[in-house]
Design a protein around this ligand. Structure first.
Ligand code: DGL
Length: 270
């Protein structure tokens, strides 16, 4: 019987964004195997109704568990807001880790008392986000923007072109004018434009990417259950996409240095 400790960690997102989380997990735990699903057939999740995202998430998690994954990471803020509680109820025995916009660390980091939150519409309008804001940002001014179109630009590999810069400039202008000194990257796609954000915002602002904290949480849960991999994975990083593979072909070589298997995934008529 194979040791369950060598089973993969299942990670999913609507597209390439969750790779920023997979990367943080492998940085912290290089012995772990990852099975990644990008739901590019239904991208973007941000503007879609909660029930629809919940359904897609449930199908993907069911698939990853059928494939033998030992822990699931919902590497998408929008899917976390829409589906995390539901997924945990459906699979109470499975450790499931979600994303949370880093409002709490941002409120600790800001000196000006103004923070900017970049996230999708689904995240910003969620009750999870409202609860975070009322819990941690009582005395802080929080400005948020759904960054319409940014996920699509990133999926197209346009991490640094003039149109992506113009889109971001428009989003950031009111935040800068209000004196924001700390910015929450509340969508897993957005760390991919950190170099552009640095150019637009300068070096003095704080950008908060929650991926390393999520990786530490995965490490804690695996360690508590004695499920940390003990030997390097036998197979390369497995990445599957339900629709187009183009964004993965473009961005995977920029993010990972290890061997990657990239393939199409048919999850049937969902
Ligand atoms: N990467 C996802 C997130 O963290 C959403 C991107 C999308 O809108 O599909 O929210």
């Amino acid at each position: 019987m194979t040791d369950f400790r060598s089973a993969a960690i299942g990670v999913f997102d609507s597209g390439v964004g969750g790779l920023t989380v997979a990367n943080a997990i492998l940085d912290l735990m290089p012995a772990e195997a990852i099975h990644y699903v990008g739901d590019t057939a239904h991208l973007p999740y941000g503007p879609k109704p909660v029930e629809e995202i919940r359904h897609y998430s449930e199908v993907i998690v069911g698939y990853l568990l059928d494939q033998g994954c030992k822990l699931i990471v919902v590497a998408c803020n929008t899917a976390t807001a829409a589906a995390l509680e539901h997924l945990r109820q459906r699979w109470p025995e499975v450790p499931i880790v979600g994303m949370e916009p880093a409002v709490k660390p941002a409120t600790a980091a800001t000196r000006s008392g103004v923070i900017g939150v970049l996230a999708t519409r689904g995240t910003i309008t969620s009750s999870r986000y409202a609860a975070l804001a009322s819990r941690y940002a009582q005395d802080i001014r929080m400005l948020q923007d759904p960054c319409m179109g940014l996920v699509e630009h990133i999926e197209a590999g346009r991490l640094h072109d003039s149109e992506t810069a113009a889109l971001l400039q428009k989003v950031l202008a009111p935040m800068q004018a209000a004196g924001a000194d700390t910015y929450v990257l509340g969508c897993t796609h957005y760390p991919l434009v950190i170099p552009l954000l640095r150019e637009l915002l300068g070096d003095t602002v704080t950008l908060i990417n929650p991926a390393p904290a999520v990786a530490r949480q995965v490490n804690r849960l695996l360690s508590e259950r004695d499920l940390l991999a003990t030997t390097p994975p036998e197979r390369p990083l497995l990445i599957q996409a339900t629709g187009s593979l183009d964004s993965f072909r473009l961005l995977v070589p920029q993010i990972f240095h290890q061997a990657v298997i990239l393939e199409s995934l048919d999850l049937g008529d969902r």
